[in-house]
Design a protein around this ligand. Structure first.
Ligand SMILES: [Zn+2]
Length: 187
């Protein structure tokens, strides 16, 4: 019998896997917010590796988050390895700009006292010269910014308003879990 090699569809089409994957995202954010940085880091690394294997668009983001966790854990060498994995995942995917994410990580490394590493991270940006951020579809680029929650209500991940993908002028998508984030004008 011919062994079946199922094509692995993108996450949203497989609720069974998406469910457990998303619960692990949630768990990783929980570890991070409790200050359990090593646990968070390893879990994000695992998510990133799984995403990268699928060629998923979130691989760089998960690697970046893993790196961030290890900077907080004072494991700078491991953090830089993971940042390098994020870099490689970006290189492998021509879509999207690493600028915002890398700068955010560099600033955080700086704040944690890793100036040399922060400088190295910023220097990597030169390798992505023609990938300017394209805020064309971002309603926040023009007039008033719709205000998004600071954390995703579904997975607990941090929301970076300048980096999220907008679905319409009031709704963005969580970078981590893909769930919609509603802008709330009243807050
Ligand atoms: Zn989320």
């Amino acid at each position: 019998m011919q062994p079946r090699r199922p094509r692995i569809p993108p996450l949203p089409l497989r609720p069974d896997i998406a469910g457990s994957f998303e619960s692990r995202i949630q768990l990783a954010h929980q570890h991070f917010s409790r200050g359990e940085f090593v646990r968070a880091g390893f879990l994000f690394e695992e998510l990133a590796t799984a995403a990268a294997r699928r060629g998923g668009p979130r691989a760089p983001l998960f690697f970046l988050q893993a790196s961030r966790a290890f900077f907080h854990a004072r494991e700078a060498e491991k953090a830089m390895q993971l940042a390098r994995s994020a870099y490689n995942a970006w290189q492998a995917r021509p879509a999207g700009s690493p600028a915002a994410g890398l700068l955010r990580l560099a600033d955080e490394a700086d704040r944690l006292g890793y100036a040399q590493q922060a400088q190295a991270l910023r220097s990597w940006l030169a390798d992505f010269p023609d990938r300017a951020d394209s805020p064309a579809s971002n309603p926040a680029a023009g007039g008033a910014k719709p205000r998004l929650p600071l954390q995703c209500p579904a997975c607990g991940g941090p929301v970076y308003p300048d980096e999220v993908e907008w679905l319409d002028d009031k709704t963005a998508r969580c970078d981590f879990c893909g769930n919609p984030l509603r802008a709330d004008g009243d807050r």
